[in-house]
Design a protein around this ligand. Structure first.
Ligand code: FAD
Length: 139
């Protein structure tokens, strides 16, 4: 079964509280641990970017569940590719809530973050999503 990496961005249906984000994270860690999935979830200004990595069937099932979740909308698939090894092996689901100060320390990414993650600009620049996930998560 091939190892697959999938990255998407989405918009929260409303500004989520710390408690709601905590629920999403707990649920993600519980399911992902069972399915051998690792990854990172970034959240800023009502906008998500997530990478999930694992066996193809587990990624398909999990992504379908994520897409059906009505806590977010406009799920935009940035990439889905077979990989030789994981880029984000460290966490069942790492999480970072990004503040404006965090962006200011990475000015090269400002064009991709005008008001949350800009799916079209990020999608037009291959590799930038993985770089941002790596830089902002500290992976
Ligand atoms: P539980 O984890 O038991 O749900 C806990 C509580 O969360 C519920 O009581 C309910 O209040 C609330 N809840 C659950 N589902 C929904 C829903 N669809 N709409 C509104 N409230 C709900 N899941 C993963 O397995 N792996 C991931 O990496 C992952 N990443 C996510 C990223 C984002 C941005 C979001 C929004 C969700 C993510 N999820 C992920 C969660 C996933 O979408 C499902 O909600 C979850 O897997 C359902 O698990 P469960 O049935 O065990 O519910």
């Amino acid at each position: 079964m091939p190892l697959v990496q999938l990255i998407y961005v989405s918009s929260a249906c409303r500004e989520l509280s710390d408690e709601e984000l905590e629920h999403i994270l707990e649920s993600s860690i519980r399911h992902n641990t069972q399915q051998g999935i690792t990854g990172v979830l970034l959240y800023t200004n009502g906008s998500f970017m997530q990478v999930i990595e694992g066996e193809e069937a587990a990624i398909e099932e999990t992504y379908s569940r994520i897409c059906d979740d009505d806590r977010h909308k406009d799920v935009f698939l940035l990439s889905k590719e077979v990989i030789a090894k994981r880029d984000f092996p460290r966490w069942a689901m790492g999480f970072r809530r990004l503040s404006r100060g965090k962006f200011e320390s990475h000015p090269a990414y400002a064009p991709f973050l005008p008001d949350g993650f800009d799916a079209e600009r990020i999608g037009a620049q291959p590799g930038v999503a993985t770089e941002m996930l790596r830089q902002f998560s500290g992976a």
